[in-house]
Design a protein around this ligand. Structure first.
Ligand SMILES: Cc1cc2nc3c(=O)[nH]c(=O)nc-3n(C[C@H](O)[C@H](O)[C@H](O)COP(=O)(O)OP(=O)(O)OC[C@H]3O[C@@H](n4cnc5c(N)ncnc54)[C@H](O)[C@@H]3O)c2cc1C
Length: 485
C-alpha cells in the first residue's frame, strides 16, 4: 500500500536549502505537500506590516517557483493555523507534519496545540531549528537563568555550540497528485501587495526577493562589502553592510548558511576581509540571536518595558511631531535621510536607525512603541525579536540597553558617519546643493549659501523641530525623573 503524504509547513523559513524539516520529511519516503498558511487569526498574532506583506508576496512566489522546478508546488491557505492544518491532514490523509520552530509566545502556543492534536490522532509531528544559530534555551547563565547581557550571551553561545553545517537543497520534492483542498488559494488571493496607491512600487529596483536573491546578496557582500565591515558598517554612505536582514527575517537564507559561507569564502581567499571584519559581522548575527533569546523569555518585548521603571516615563503625545518624523521632515538632515530611505527602499542603515530612534525617543520624548510600530509597518525586515529589542535598547528600557543619558547629537552623527553628505544628498535631494559644511545643519548656513543652494528654509526644507540642546536637556530631565522616583 502506498504511504500517505506528509505536510511541510513553511513559516519563517521560505527556502529549500538548509531546511531540516523538509529534509526530514523527504527522508520519510512519503510524498511531501509543501504548505504556507497566512495566519492573522490565531489568538495573539500580530498582523504583518505593509512592507513585510510585500516581501512575503514575492518570497512565496519564489518558493513556489523553486518547488515547481523540483516537481512540487506550494499550497497556500489563509486563516487560523490550527483548523487549516487539521483540515489539510484530513483532506490529504496525511500522516505527518514537519516545521521549523518559532519563538513568539502566540506562535508557540499554536504549534503546541497542533502538536497535541497530532499526538491524539497518531499523526507524526516533528519540529526543527530552521532559523537560529542557537535556540533560546540553549544558552543560560551558570545558574540556569536567561541571559540579560549580550557579551556573555554571545561568548557562551559560541563556546558551547558548534553551528551545524547547512544542508543542501533536495534534488526533487516528490509530491502528491490528489485533488487540492477546497481551502487552497492562489497567491494573489492573499492581497499582500499594496494598490491604490502602490507605495511599494520602488522596492523592486532595490531587492531581488527569494532564496536565489539571498544567496547572490550574500556572495556579493562577501566579495565586495565585508572587507572594511569592522569600521565602515557605521557608514551609511558606503556599501559595507550585507542588507541580508529581510532575507533572514523570512528565512530566504538561514543564519547557518551566512555563517559558514562567510567562513569558507575567507578560507578560500574569495572574501578579502580581515579576521576582525568577520568577527564583528558574526557578532551582529549574534545580536539577532540575542534578540530571539530576549523575545522567548519576554514574550511582551514589543509592548512592555523590559525594565518596569520605564512604565512611569512621562512620554509626550505630539502627533504632529510623530508625523514629521515618519515623513522625514524633522529638519535634521541625517534623521530625514534615514526616514526617507526607509520609505523609499523598505530598509534603513543600522547607524541611522539608532540615530532616528534616539531622536524620536529622546528629542521628541515619544514612546518607543510608536517608533516600533512605524518600523513594523515600513521595514521589509520588520522582525518580532530584533525590532522590539532594538527599540528598547535605544530607549534604555531594554536588556543590556544603551544608557538613557546617551542622546545622539544628530548633527555630529551625520558629520561623523556621512562626512561628505552623500547619503543625505541621495535621500534629501532638496539639500543636494548645500556644501558639506552645512549639509547636516542647514539652519547655520549664511543666507547667500542657502540662496546659491536654492533652498528657502521653512519652505523647501523645515527648520529643526526642536533645538538639540533644548531637546537634550528636556530628555535628561525626564529620564532622571524616573531614575529618582
Ligand atoms: C530602532 C532599530 C530597529 C531595528 N529593527 C530591526 C528589525 O526589525 N529587524 C532586523 O533584522 N533588525 C533590526 N534592527 C537591527 C539592525 O539595524 C538591522 O538588523 C540591520 O541594519 C540590517 O541591515 P543589514 O542586513 O545590512 O545588517 P548587517 O550589518 O549586514 O548585519 C548582518 C545581520 O545581522 C543581524 N543584525 C545586525 N545588527 C543587528 C542588531 N542590532 N540587532 C539584531 N540583529 C542584527 C541582521 O539579521 C543583519 O541582517 C533594528 C535596529 C534599530 C536601532
Amino acid at each position: 500500500m502506498s504511504k500517505g503524504p506528509v505536510l511541510v509547513w513553511f513559516r519563517d523559513d521560505l527556502r529549500l536549502s538548509d531546511h531540516p524539516a523538509l529534509v526530514a520529511a523527504l527522508a520519510s519516503d512519503c510524498p511531501v505537500i509543501p504548505v504556507y498558511i497566512f495566519d492573522e487569526q490565531s489568538p495573539g498574532f500580530r498582523s504583518m506590516g505593509g512592507a513585510s506583506r510585500w516581501w512575503l508576496h514575492y518570497a512565496l512566489d519564489s518558493l513556489d517557483q523553486s518547488l515547481r522546478d523540483k516537481g512540487s508546488r506550494l499550497r497556500i491557505l489563509r486563516g487560523a493555523a490550527m483548523p487549516c492544518i487539521t483540515d489539510l491532514i484530513k483532506h490529504y490523509q496525511a500522516q505527518g507534519v514537519y516545521w521549523s520552530r518559532r519563538y513568539g509566545a502566540a506562535e508557540m502556543a499554536v504549534d503546541a496545540s497542533i502538536k497535541a492534536w497530532c499526538k491524539d490522532n497518531s499523526i507524526a509531528c516533528e519540529s526543527f531549528n530552521g532559523s537560529l544559530l542557537v535556540e533560546p534555551w540553549m544558552v543560560t547563565t551558570q545558574a540556569g537563568q536567561p541571559m540579560k547581557v549580550f557579551t556573555p550571551f554571545w561568548k557562551s553561545a559560541r563556546a558551547n555550540n558548534t553551528f551545524a553545517q547547512p544542508l543542501p537543497a533536495p534534488q526533487n520534492v516528490t509530491s502528491t497528485n490528489g485533488p487540492a483542498s477546497p481551502h487552497e488559494l492562489a497567491l494573489a488571493d492573499l492581497n499582500l501587495l499594496p494598490t491604490n496607491p502602490d507605495w511599494a512600487k520602488g522596492f523592486s529596483s532595490f531587492w531581488s526577493v527569494g532564496e536565489a536573491g539571498a544567496q547572490q546578496r550574500l556572495l556579493d557582500f562577501l566579495s565586495d562589502g565585508l572587507k572594511g565591515y569592522g569600521e565602515d558598517r557605521n557608514r551609511p554612505d558606503r556599501n559595507n553592510v550585507s542588507r541580508l536582514a529581510p532575507y533572514l527575517r523570512f528565512g530566504n537564507i538561514s543564519p547557518r548558511q551566512v555563517w559558514h559561507v562567510a567562513i569558507n569564502r575567507m578560507e578560500t581567499g574569495e572574501c578579502p576581509a580581515s579576521e576582525r571584519d568577520l568577527t564583528v559581522f558574526q557578532s551582529e548575527l549574534g545580536w539577532r540571536e540575542f534578540s530571539y533569546h530576549l523575545l522567548f523569555h519576554n514574550p511582551s518585548l514589543a509592548t512592555k518595558n523590559y525594565q518596569a521603571r520605564f512604565d512611569a516615563f512621562p512620554w509626550r503625545q505630539d502627533q504632529a511631531a510623530l508625523v514629521a518624523w515618519q515623513k522625514g521632515r524633522t529638519g535634521y538632515p541625517i534623521v530625514d535621510a534615514g526616514m526617507r530611505q526607509l520609505w523609499q527602499t523598505g530598509w534603513m542603515h543600522n547607524r541611522v536607525r539608532m540615530v532616528v530612534a534616539s531622536f524620536l525617543i529622546k528629542h521628541l520624548l515619544t514612546d518607543w512603541r510608536d517608533g516600533e510600530a512605524w518600523f513594523w509597518d515600513t521595514l521589509l525586515d520588520a522582525d518580532p525579536a530584533s525590532n522590539a529589542a532594538s527599540w528598547q535598547w535605544v530607549a534604555g528600557s531594554g536588556a543590556d540597553a544603551a544608557p538613557y543619558f546617551r542622546i545622539f547629537n544628530p548633527v555630529l552623527q551625520g558629520e561623523r558617519f556621512d562626512p561628505k553628505g552623500d547619503y543625505i544628498r541621495q535621500f534629501v535631494p532638496e539639500l543636494a546643493r548645500l556644501p558639506k559644511e552645512f549639509i547636516n545643519k542647514p539652519w547655520t548656513a549664511p543666507e547667500w549659501v542657502l540662496r546659491d543652494a536654492v533652498i528657502t528654509l521653512g519652505t523647501d526644507y523645515p527648520h529643526p523641530l526642536i533645538d538639540h540642546k533644548i531637546g537634550r536637556d528636556r530628555a535628561l530631565a525626564a529620564f532622571s525623573a524616573i531614575n529618582n522616583a
